[in-house]
Design a protein around this ligand. Structure first.
Ligand code: GTP
Ligand code: K
Ligand code: MG
Length: 364
């Protein structure tokens, strides 16, 4: 049996088991098996045709946003509107065949926007350019899932399933489970909260499915078996995703209103340039970039020119951004803002900066 057949067999079995309201452990084990086969599916195949020609675009700017969606939803139209790059748009499907980068300049940041070929059901299994597209999506800081507002909800759930199946978790945080494989001692299981979806027995069964017989497991959250499997498998990507419904010029006001109220969703029309400013605001929020202002001794901070960094950036990152050799001449820094207890506070290179902090660097 091929992997695809095995996967479909297991999916059927899970559906059957869940219908019977059978004991949870069985489903957990099946899901563990499923995750394993899907991982095999993702391993790069050796044939040359699966090479991602035209997809290896250099990362540049302060953040990367990937445009994912079915063919002809308006991805290229959007890129051409928001950036100075022109990407061919047309009424036929699969107009775009490679990855086309553009840059959105917003609040002093350069946001790399990637236009990609349309993807369809089965993309994760290599249909069309699905695999290459998904590989690019994994490298993004935020995914924009562009949807055709005239097509209802089908596109969204199909694409979510595709991304889910390759380990991309949209708008979810990493499960709060401590997991450490050990050399011996069996499985030690603990939890700090009441668990309603997993039990010690189920955790053991799932671990055995992965041939893990010695490990330390601590649930700090009421996680599902799927979330526990994600922790064991380990290569999951937790990605913010904005659902963008395009072509609202084609639907009724009632329908626009309904879509706009969905979580993580924005409604737009590229054709009529509707709501694009709001989309940018939302995108900025989802990117959650950290803006740092610098200040020279005895002077006011320069609020016109922010240093833009990813969340969690340290003083050292700030130094590198100012000058290559600054970190090596660094003595200490004074920081004003929410990352410190006192303002200013003297900090070292490893101090984590927060949005809108002000920093003054003192050299040796
Ligand atoms: N009515 C309407 N049509 C739009 C809108 N945005 C894009 N289109 C049209 O939709 C068609 C497809 O647009 P593209 O930008 O090529 O779509 P795409 O998602 O890049 O398509 P592929 O590259 O083939 O995957 C074009 O004919 C556009 O003019 C919109 O807001 N309203
Ligand atoms: K198109
Ligand atoms: Mg296109």
């Amino acid at each position: 049996m091929g992997i695809l057949e095995k996967i479909s067999e297991i999916e059927k079995e899970i559906a059957r088991t869940q219908k019977n309201k059978g004991p949870e452990p069985q489903v957990g084990v099946l899901k563990a098996k499923l995750a394993k086969y899907r991982a095999q599916l993702l391993e790069p195949s050796k044939s040359a045709s699966s090479k991602g020609e035209g997809f290896d675009v250099m990362k540049s700017g302060d953040a990367r946003v990937a445009l994912i969606g079915f063919p002809s939803v308006g991805k290229s139209t959007f890129l051409s509107l928001m950036t100075s790059t022109a990407s061919e748009a047309a009424s036929y499907e699969f107009t775009t065949l490679t990855c086309i980068p553009g840059v959105i300049e917003y609040k002093g940041a350069n946001i790399q926007l990637l236009d990609l070929p349309g993807i369809i059901e089965g993309a994760a299994q290599g249909k069309g350019r699905g695999r290459q597209v998904i590989a690019v999506a994994r490298t993004a800081d935020v995914v924009i899932m562009m949807l055709d507002a005239t097509k209802g909800e089908v596109q969204r759930s199909l694409l979510e399933k595709e991304l889910e199946s390759v380990g991309i978790r949209l708008n979810k945080h990493k499960p709060n489970i401590y997991f450490k494989p050990k050399k011996g001692g069996g499985i030690s299981f603990n939890s700090t909260v009441t668990l309603t979806q997993c039990s010690e027995k189920l955790v053991q069964l799932i671990l055995h499915e992965y041939k893990i017989f010695n490990a330390e497991v601590l649930f700090r959250e009421d996680c599902s078996p799927d979330e526990f499997i994600d922790v064991i498998v380990g290569n999951r990507v937790y990605m913010p995703c904005l659902y963008v419904y395009n072509k609202i010029d084609q639907i009724s006001m009632e329908e626009v209103d309904r879509l706009a109220r969905k979580p993580n969703s924005v409604v737009i029309s590229c054709g009529m340039k509707l709501n694009l400013d709001y989309l940018l605001e939302m995108l900025w929020e989802y990117l959650a970039l950290t803006c740092i202002y610098t200040k020279k001794r005895g002077q006011r901070p320069d609020f016109t020119d922010a240093i833009i960094l990813r969340k969690g950036a340290s003083v050292e990152h700030v130094c590198h951004r100012i000058h290559r050799s600054l970190a090596s001449q660094f003595k200490y820094a004074l920081v004003w803002g929410t990352s410190t207890k006192y303002s200013p506070q003297r900090v070292g290179l490893t101090h984590t900066m927060e949005h809108e902090d002000v920093i003054q660097i003192v050299k040796k």
